[in-house]
Design a protein around this ligand. Structure first.
Ligand code: LLP
Length: 448
């Protein structure tokens, strides 16, 4: 995060709070979230889309995608920075409501929302529910009728565009669980319009995550707008939601286009396409998660054991090269960051509690779990004198780490601490052994 700096003492401080002070007070592993960083990114993204949309004669609505990381505090930061909140389960909806987010500024997603989730969202008065299959039309209409409301809805479609990092792939047919075919959009719109309890906001599409350029968004928007134009013949279609997916740098090898630049070209592409089709530019909606919270977070670990492992790796011309890889094991791992194991995701590591003049050593940061794939950082360098008791920091763990965390091996989830102006406070507390045991029905102190 922008607030993480190495101080004269040699320690890394997060928004002015030294790593060792955080570890002493809150323990490790520890998720550290830089509040000012998250707020600034939220505001910058909101402003960039607002400016671009303004130039195109429309407005933009930014939903923070809570799946990246959601707590009551974070929902409040986002609300205070003018963002709406995107929830994709009853649990995320409950957090947003507990945070006091105006229900009208909450969107609900999901390819299999339960009847209870739909009922709760409609009863709360959420501003948008994204319809993901035909049966949801009548389910949502029935809930709206029960609660005497008119429920605004979007239809999630597949544009056939898949984007990952810098490339995108466009196909005619999609083989995936989300959304409906673009050529079904009219049918869905007609069905929705047949219910007075429903109001069609427009189409929704999400083309992927960790996307570095704007081309995939532009291609997807062009395909969606063709369908949007057809829907306009049958009534109002005030909005178009292009989803989230803006990428961030996890390591120095990553070079994402800054979101403000993406905003400019995506909105320009939409405006150009609308002009070509002779239709008004709709209100635009986006759902970024990672690009707001990802780089605001870091994880602090304490080093426990170290071993030098002699490995043979392919050299530049294919020949085997022997080298020493230091396996540095930390006190967390795949239970707090499953992304390397799940996606082969790359992270980097820094020594956080001191500096060192020792020559750098090639390290692999391993977790403490009973699984050889339990790696946090596959390859990076730490000072060669790294030793047990040192604190290390893994940057860019703000998104999809806590939210994908588990209790594998009966390890409790780490606390999440927000840092700001030299102060740190817990925003989600650490799970204790007692928390874990209390769910075991045979435990004497079990909570039913
Ligand atoms: N909207 C929809 C409908 C989505 O499915 C997602 C992410 C987002 C918005 C937010 O995308 P973002 O801006 O955060 O990229 N667990 C994976 C990422 C899964 C993303 C799922 N959907 C990871 O850790 O990389």
């Amino acid at each position: 995060s922008r607030g993480a700096v190495r101080e004269a003492s040699g320690e890394i401080a997060f928004a002015g709070v030294p790593a060792s002070a955080l570890a002493r007070e809150f323990g490790t592993p520890l998720y550290v979230v830089d509040e000012a960083d998250a707020r600034t990114r939220a505001r910058d993204i909101r402003d960039a889309f607002a400016d671009a949309a303004g130039r195109a004669g429309t407005t933009a609505k930014i939903y923070y995608a809570g799946k990246a990381f959601l707590s009551i505090e974070v929902a409040r930061w986002m609300t205070e920075e003018g963002l709406a909140v995107d929830a994709c389960s009853g649990g995320e909806l409950a957090v947003a409501l507990a945070a006091g987010v105006d229900p009208d500024r909450i969107g609900l997603h999901g390819n299999n929302k339960s009847l209870a989730e739909i009922d709760r969202a409609v009863a709360a008065g959420v501003g948008a529910i994204v319809i993901d299959s035909a049966i949801e039309i009548e389910r949502i209409a029935a809930a709206a009728a029960r609660h005497g409301r008119v429920q605004p809805v979007r239809v999630r479609v597949n544009s056939g565009v898949h984007a990952h990092t810098h490339d995108f792939l466009a196909t005619a047919h999609e083989d995936q669980k989300f959304g409906v075919r673009l050529d079904q959009a009219e049918e869905f719109a007609a069905a929705i319009r047949s219910y007075p309890e429903l109001r069609l906001l427009g189409l929704h599409c999400h083309i992927g995550s960790q996307i570095f350029g704007s081309d995939g968004f532009a291609e997807s928007a062009a395909r969606l707008l063709e369908a949007h134009a057809l829907l306009l013949r049958g009534g109002e279609v005030p909005e178009l939601n292009l989803g989230g997916g803006f990428g961030i740098a996890y390591t120095v090898a990553d070079d994402p286009t800054p979101v403000p630049e993406l905003a400019e070209s995506i909105v320009a592409a939409v405006a150009g396409e609308c002009a070509r089709l002779g239709i008004p530019v709709p209100t635009l909606a986006f759902e970024p998660g990672r690009s707001i919270i990802g780089t605001a977070g870091a994880t602090l670990y304490e080093v426990g054991t170290i071993k030098d492992v002699l490995v043979s790796v392919p050299g530049e011309s294919g020949e085997a090269v022997d080298l020493v890889r230091k396996y540095v094991s930390v006190d967390g791992g795949m239970s707090d960051n499953v992304r390397p194991a799940l996606y082969g995701a790359d992270y980097s590591v820094r020594i956080a509690s001191r500096t060192s003049d020792a020559d750098p050593a090639l390290v692999r940061i391993a977790g403490k779990h009973c699984e050889s794939g339990d790696i946090v950082v596959y390859a990076d360098y730490l000072p060669g004198d790294v030793e047990p008791g040192d604190l290390v920091a893994v940057p860019a763990t703000g998104a999809y780490c806590w939210s994908l965390s588990s209790n594998y091996n009966h390890v409790g989830r780490p606390a999440v601490v927000a840092v700001r102006d030299g102060h740190a406070r817990v925003i989600v507390r650490r799970e204790t052994e007692a928390d874990l045991l209390s769910r075991d029905a045979a435990y004497p102190g079990a909570q039913p």
